[in-house]
Design a protein around this ligand. Sequence first.
Ligand code: MRU
Length: 344
Amino acid sequence: MLRTILWRDDKVAMIDQTKLPGTLEYVEYDDYKGVADAIRNLVIRGAPAIGIAAAFGMVLAARQSQAETLEDLLHDLNVARMHLGETRPTAVNLVWALNKIYDTARLSADPNTARTAVFDQALSMAEDDITTNKTMGRNGSQLFNDGDTIMTHCNAGALATVGYGTALGVIRATKDSGKSVQVVATETRPVQQGSRLTAFELMHDNIDVSLIPDTAVGYAMANRLIDKVVVGADRILSTGHVYNKIGTYQVATMARQHGIPFYVAAPLSTFDMESEPKDVVIEMRRSMEVSGPPGNRTAPEGINVLNPAFDMTPPELVSGIITEAGVATTPYVESIKKLFKANF
Ligand code: MRU
């Protein structure tokens, strides 16, 4: 299994996902601003992986700071928190991780204790990510049957987390429980996390996967080629509204049309229990991702482009939300509240 991000030789090392599927290599950072650029430019992506990258970014910021008092260190960490927090607005794990690290420093006695504490906290968050995904995988595996063909959209795998994955973690655990499953991955235009990352990751781990264009989702479902769908999430509200990669809403709507169960797998750190749909910022990305880069354009020069990175799937289209604390089902408000109560 791929390990997306780790700490080595006083630096953060991460797989450069912009080079996949052609080249599998790690890139290292010793400056928190470099980590922020890596998140913004999709060197690392996927909500849980972004959170852990930001946590290690804060460790670097604490080490880069010359502060001799806790107050000065907290000031420098706050600057880093704002800088890292501005990189991607939709994935809530980013804010969750930044606040967790900042609070760890705030509760320390002095700057050096704080530097050690934030480092320990980031390391344990990275290890917890894998444990959480494995538990989530086991919880979700019970929803899938031997012989199922499972559609997934985007990449919610090891590459979107520290390791193992959320939606792909459920698929891994289903397979590990002795059931045979096949995966259908959508390309996931415009950035192609499905063809570049999910197809690569599953083939790397010997999991049966086929690739379809996003436009073939209706065809595949109408022709009974899909038994179930599982995707990840960037943010889930207390009401069960799910924010995930652009196109997820289309997949969920099509699944409902054909009576196919549509599941979401995400850790509790992806839940935003405070916001309402009107508060959630959908990241708008560069038009070039859609119209093609200079020299390789696929649309005419000067065309207007709308490029939202995420969309919202309403709770009525979601058959269940798989978490490390159990599976939430409709009515989501009560069910999600129960999962949080049992876990905190
Ligand atoms: O733009 P990306 O590649 O960061 O978007 C990733 C997704 O939408 C994933 O499905 C989501 O973050 C869940 S990852 C476990």
